[in-house]
Design a binder for this molecule. Structure first.
Ligand code: PA5
Length: 436
């Protein structure tokens, strides 16, 4: 993968990039040396080389055990406990995977990320007629949304299969030492995986939090880790923009932010990458949005959103820069057929592949947005597969740590996410929150 600032040159001079490099390298040293704020949550830095064979083998044996008897695998989790898995799975699987006739692996469905009553009603209706298994994922083991979802789904599973078989079909992924989920898992004898103490939710995709669902969906988690390993090597060892894409990305976004561009829009041109953006928004939003600072991460899917938000980006208030996640090669070719009558007037596109058209849309959009004074960064990935996604995940995580320290915040805490919970607990009458 490659980062290009070619279409942001008007905002990123060589002089400014050189001037900020010492700050960027120093932020990287702070991260790597573990001397910065939040250093108790740096376990993700070495994860690609530290996931043990024992864990990988246990995951593989769980897949062999549960996949043949599960049409559906329900992943219960919220925020960092589900977005990474979903990002990888949705990038790799067919857009129409739910309709695949002869599946060798279960179709993944998500729960615990919403409190919508209709969502659970509809999910339970579906689960009535399907065989399924479950992973319940919560680092704290006490988050309300997944706890509520798990109680509902556990009850359904036990009624459907009886308690012993239901317990065989449940995997718990949680803290090693504490939390209600750990207590339940121990009492009921569930297969349990540990989320390391020193890895925060949004950095946990390469722990069992992401690896179990991704493997269950039929994807190669060893290749995912290999890609992350390769990017880790680059990120840790290189100190120049040419050799280390994470440093270039961190420098570019901080320089743009300092010029008053406070919104970053991550864009894709293929719907498979939509959940990479959702994962990325949490990673950057939770890491940098604090102390009254931080770039607001936003995302758009093109060309779809060119027909809705394109107008704002082109001519609205100048407060954003764009980062295009650009896919070089699709897996398949679909060419545009000829039509003798050419009533739709698109015969000039005959025999072109859709990717040729899509790349022209991307170049044309970049040019237009540049003319509208929006700088455009590009992160180019050669293809979508496990290895490349592993590289991309590690790249974004490392750049996030460097960028956060450059911004002057602790990128590894999230004190703000507690505020809504206190109010909700008070309204619900949770013991200990009902101060009159
Ligand atoms: O990044 C984070 O820390 C959060 O998004 C958490 O992942 C999310 O709140 C879920 O927490 P838990 O895994 O403890 O249920």
């Amino acid at each position: 993968m490659k980062v290009s600032i070619q279409n942001a040159k008007a905002f990123l001079s060589e002089k400014n990039l050189s001037a900020i490099l010492p700050e960027i390298v120093s932020a990287k040293e702070t991260l790597v040396s573990g001397k910065g704020e939040g250093n108790e949550f740096l376990g993700w830095v070495n994860l690609p080389t530290e996931v043990s064979d024992e864990v990988l083998n246990t995951i593989k044996s769980d897949v062999s055990r549960l996949a043949p008897k599960s049409d559906i695998f329900v992943v219960i989790g919220i925020g960092g406990s589900y977005l990474g898995a979903r990002a990888v799975i949705e990038a790799l699987q067919s857009e129409f995977a739910a309709f695949a006739p002869d599946r060798s692996h279960p179709y993944i469905i998500y729960a615990g990320h919403t409190l919508s009553e209709d969502y659970y009603h509809q999910l339970l209706e579906l689960l009535d007629s399907k065989d399924y298994s479950v992973a319940v994922i919560s680092k704290s083991g006490t988050t309300t949304e997944p706890a509520v979802a798990f109680r509902i789904i556990k009850d359904h599973l036990e009624k459907k299969y009886g308690k012993p078989e239901a317990s065989n079909r449940i995997i718990a992924i949680t803290d090693a030492h504490k939390g209600a989920l750990l207590d339940i898992a121990k009492r009921e004898g569930y297969r349990t995986y540990i989320i390391p103490d020193n890895v925060g939710g949004r950095f946990s995709v390469l722990t069992p939090v992401g690896l179990v669902p991704i493997a269950m969906a039929g994807f190669d988690i060893t290749r995912l880790l290999d890609g992350a390993k390769q990017m880790r090597e680059i990120c840790l060892s290189k100190n120049s923009y040419e050799e280390n894409p994470a440093l270039l990305y961190a420098a570019a976004r901080n320089l743009l932010y300092r010029q008053g561009l406070k919104v970053e829009i991550l864009e894709n041109y293929v719907p498979h990458l939509k959940y990479i953006s959702e994962w990325w928004k949490q990673l950057y939003g939770e890491s940098e949005g604090k102390d009254g600072k931080g770039i607001l991460p936003h995302s758009l899917s093109f060309t779809t959103d060119l027909h809705s938000m394109g107008q704002y980006v082109q001519e609205g208030e100048r407060l954003m820069f764009e980062t295009v996640l650009s896919l070089e090669k699709p897996q398949h070719r679909v060419a545009i057929p000829i039509d003798e009558q050419d009533l739709d007037g698109i015969n000039y596109l005959t025999n072109k592949s859709l990717t040729e058209v899509n790349h022209c849309a991307e170049q044309g959009t970049t040019l237009a947005h540049n003319e509208g004074r929006v700088p455009v960064l590009q992160i180019a990935i050669p293809r979508i597969d496990e290895f490349v996604l592993g590289e991309l995940i590690y790249f974004f995580e490392f750049a996030c740590g460097v960028s956060g320290y450059t911004l002057g915040v602790n990128p590894f805490n999230q004190p703000g996410v507690e505020a809504y919970k206190k109010n909700m607990f008070k309204l619900l009458g949770k013991p200990g929150y009902n101060n009159k």
